[in-house]
Design a protein around this ligand. Structure first.
Ligand SMILES: [Fe+2]
Ligand SMILES: [Fe+2]
Length: 477
């Protein structure tokens, strides 16, 4: 196994694809379908070329190169992190055994399902973001959008490689289906809810890359622990690319907040709607929406499927090797969110104790939530330094949920239970209204001049790969 990619191949890879002609041919016949999908469902803004990072290596010495690339000619490749020949299963009933190079027959269906669900999210986000190029606030942002898009495309390749290489005819059929389902489609939608929502404006895009891409980071983190070594190595490398996607979200919201603070100070008012900035209550509502739909991606509070995945060694916990327990969890317990009955026999937002194994979704969601706090802290520092008193917060875990214990109730962002009628009446206080969305959309006018930026967002502190902000990141067609 080499770590350097073979770029003479039609499909750049570090998995010695040329040694397996059948697999190579199968992937080469999927390739035109992928390109057709990219042309019809990918970015709509015509460009000549874009300053993009391309993965070329998985080693520590640097794994990517930067250069202007015509997007349809981007070298989407297959890269697995280096193999650790001594790697052992880190948890579950196979703990301590050597990891698997092949798919064990008894876990085939489950592993295939996990890979398909992960694979389905990757092209979905490209579809959701396809029209954003038309309203980019700067060439820098436009470039970042396209970078995220081509890498999500590469993540699709990563999952399709596993399906082709290890799951036979069924795997190849699933790989086709990944191109046929489409975000928001009525007939064949993407598998998970958040990936069928629209990303109609750039505030949504930053919130999506902050909150929803971050779900991806946590899912990949659990799959990186898998006893199925090729899956583990694939996810390890994908996590490297994900870091940039989250940087786009984190600093994107930074810059929106920064600009809003500047306009608030300049005009000595909280009401910046008429002044071309995004009011903080609108930022909060967008945050509420994207955070709550992303919490749903972690599934129900308890799951026997996920318990079985863990015991079998298919999917671990976030940073499994740092957990100080027996890595089997057969006798541990965990408190999970639940609807409980209060003294008056009424349903209330509470918690209940379950076996740690069945509560693994909750464990992962909590890791995610504490990570999300980091962004809010950072945005609040910008508010504080700007001398404004308002603060952003993460809404309560029961707010606006469609999956899990709180799917059947409504609650405020503070975690106060609401009747259906009150929710109807008050949801516009918590979630973006048509008026909010229309206002945000009205700000979305493209700025394609080098070094220029839209008025609703501050410029970034740093450019990409040491280039200045006014670099020619994108050449439009
Ligand atoms: Fe991804
Ligand atoms: Fe991503």
């Amino acid at each position: 196994m080499t770590t350097t990619a073979d770029y003479h191949e039609k499909i750049p890879n570090n998995v010695s694809l040329h040694e397996d002609r059948r697999l190579q041919r199968a992937l080469e016949s999927w390739q035109p379908n992928f390109l057709h999908w990219w042309q019809t469902m990918g970015p709509t803004l015509p460009t000549q070329d874009v300053y993009l990072r391309t993965a070329v290596n998985v080693g520590r010495e640097g794994w990517a190169q930067f250069g202007h690339v015509a997007m349809p000619e981007y070298r989407w490749g297959i890269f697995l992190a280096e193999r650790d020949p001594g790697r052992k299963v880190g948890f579950g009933e196979h703990e301590g055994e050597p990891v698997w190079d092949k798919v064990p027959g008894e876990y085939r269906a489950e592993l295939q399902r996990l890979i398909v669900i992960q694979g389905d999210t990757e092209p979905a986000s490209v579809e959701q973001q396809r029209n954003l190029g038309a309203t980019a606030p700067s060439l820098y942002d436009l470039r970042n959008l396209f970078q995220v898009n081509v890498e999500e495309g590469r993540h699709l390749w990563a999952m399709v490689y596993l399906l082709h290489a290890y799951f036979g005819r069924e795997g190849r059929e699933e790989a086709e289906e990944l191109l046929h389902r489409n975000s928001g489609s009525l007939d064949s939608p993407r598998i998970l809810g958040a990936f069928n929502e629209e990303t109609p404006d750039w505030l949504s895009f930053y919130m999506f890359t902050y909150f929803t891409d971050r779900d991806g980071k946590y899912q990949l983190g659990t799959l990186k622990e898998s006893a199925f070594d090729p899956l583990s190595r694939t996810c390890e490398f994908m996590l490297k690319e994900e870091a940039h996607h989250m940087m786009v979200g984190t600093t994107g919201v930074d810059r929106v907040v920064q600009r809003t603070v500047e306009v608030m100070r300049e005009h000595d008012t909280d009401d910046v709607a008429g002044l071309g900035a995004i009011p903080l209550p609108v930022v909060q509502k967008y945050l509420n929406f994207h955070y709550s739909v992303s919490l749903d991606l972690f599934g129900g509070e308890t799951s026997t499927n996920v318990a079985n995945y863990y015991t079998a060694g298919l999917k671990g916990r976030w940073l499994e090797d740092r957990r100080k327990d027996d890595h089997k969890l057969t006798s541990d317990a965990i408190m999970v969110d639940a609807l409980t009955e209060n003294a008056g026999g009424e349903l209330a937002i509470g918690q209940t104790e379950v076996l740690a194994l069945t509560g693994l979704n909750t464990d992962l969601r909590r890791e995610y939530i504490s990570d999300c706090q980091g962004g809010v802290k950072r945005w609040n520092r910008i508010l504080e330094e700007g001398g404004v008193k308002q603060r952003l917060t993460l809404p309560h875990v029961a707010f606006n949920r469609k999956v899990g214990a709180f799917a059947g109730i409504e609650a405020t962002p503070d975690g106060e239970k609401l009747s259906a009628g009150e929710w109807q009446r008050r949801q516009g206080e918590f979630l973006p209204t048509e008026v909010d969305k229309t206002y945000v959309r009205s700000l979305m006018r493209p700025v394609y001049d080098r070094g220029k930026i839209a008025a609703w967002i501050a410029p970034p502190r740093n450019g990409i790969n040491g280039q200045p902000f006014d670099y020619d990141y994108v050449h439009l067609a």
